[in-house]
Design a protein around this ligand. Sequence first.
Ligand code: ADP
Ligand code: MG
Ligand code: ZN
Length: 493
Amino acid sequence: MTKYEAVIGMEVHVELKTNSKMFCSCANNPDEMEPNKNICPICMGHPGTLPVANKKAVEYVIKTGLALDCQIAEISKFDRKNYFYPDLPKGYQISQYDQPLCEKGNLIINDRKIGITRIHLEEDTGKLLHPKGADYSLVDLNRAGTPLMELVTEPEIKSSAEAKEFCKQFQLIVKYIGVSDADMEKGHMRCEVNISLKPKGQKEFGTKVEIKNLNSFRAVERSIEYEIKRQAEILDEGGKIIQETRGWDADKQQTYSQRKKEEAHDYRYFPEPDLPPLDLTKKAGMFDVQKIKDSIPELPLLKKYRFINQYKLTEENAKILSEDKELANYFEEIISELKHWIKDKGIDGDKLNKLTKLTANYILTELQRLLYKNGNLVSECKITAENFAEFITLIDEGKISSSGAQEMLAEMFATGGDPSNILDEKGLGQISNESEIEKIINEVIKNNPQSVEDYKSGKEVALKFLVGQTMRESKGKANPQIARDMLEKKLKQ
Ligand code: ADP
Ligand code: MG
Ligand code: ZN
């Protein structure tokens, strides 16, 4: 592969999360199990029916375009893309050809800008079901007419890892701005990869191959790796790459030829006569682009940099937090509670840095562990931001031992209980009272004369052992720093 460079462009389809379908008032419910429930003469393509464009869907595409720095068209229109397939009842798909809603944007991945050629709006098809062993297929048209957004990138992606990261970041953004759940397993988001190779340094692109219907990030990554190898081998042998559409066989981990260019479709695009063009100018008053722009929340990348600057988080921690919108908001609510606490107590500002770090650490380790199993959300968090903040102050004030802290967080998580109550009920408090610790230390010294001798004759490690014994005697509740200081003082007497 060292001889060649990969040139990759992506096409990503995302089903929009609107209440109704794209051109009729049928429910848009991807979870509907009963076949052909959400259908009507419009999405079934009966003659004489008229489509009406879903305003929310148009707004969602504009919102996505704005989030990706696109130019929003002033006038946009729908076109018919004609082809026959049993899951396409109209015999054509309403899509957008030469006047898409959004053009010329970009998405930043790993500090590199990937150009977005266009984002347009179309409708999804129905689904074919092939019952096992049957000599027929079934058609479910619930999905037919679902608003579908398509994004096309410039051929600027250079590797399988970048392609995967692009898909991940795009998924993150559409989820963040609330236009789609973009669940790949459920088919809300589907990717296509265009890929060609060229000798390193050469300007002209080679012949591309399109890989269709990639339903996971892994499939995107693996199919590209496979294709790079396959194409490199052909080129090495002096062969030519055939322009074709290929599929991905996940079982064999191979791409396979589906159709060659000679058979490529001529879709005979023409303007959809039943839908008026969309006038997006302010003057027309149909869409308020500025208002849509104002509704976009702070996006993950900006949030990440703000978290690094404002809270002095590590880049890694800031990335994890910023990519989970709810967790990021939760984190900031806790910090604001802690700010109040610090102010009320009249403690100096430096303290906030320490508490912020402590909060980030507990959220990203213990809390994440409770929330997720194998990357899946398994439980909701019952802890209010106020209680979480109080929990952090208890740790900071040494009122709770570190093993007690874990137990307390789990209890708060499960019950939503108040930390000071749990502290008393469960006896998780840390002993910082010197006379109580002294009692334990006296016992430990009495019971371990050899170690005391060892320490006095210069063996530093013996102190560690005695601290350990003190912790054990106190069932982990003695404040270890105080115990250590007191032991040292006593043994030096
Ligand atoms: P088509 O007309 O075959 O759909 P387009 O030019 O519209 O081709 O491009 C479709 C996708 O293919 C885009 O994502 C684009 O970036 C990508 N692409 C175009 N040419 C190449 C190439 N030579 N190698 C890899 N990707 C390419
Ligand atoms: Mg294409
Ligand atoms: Zn309908």
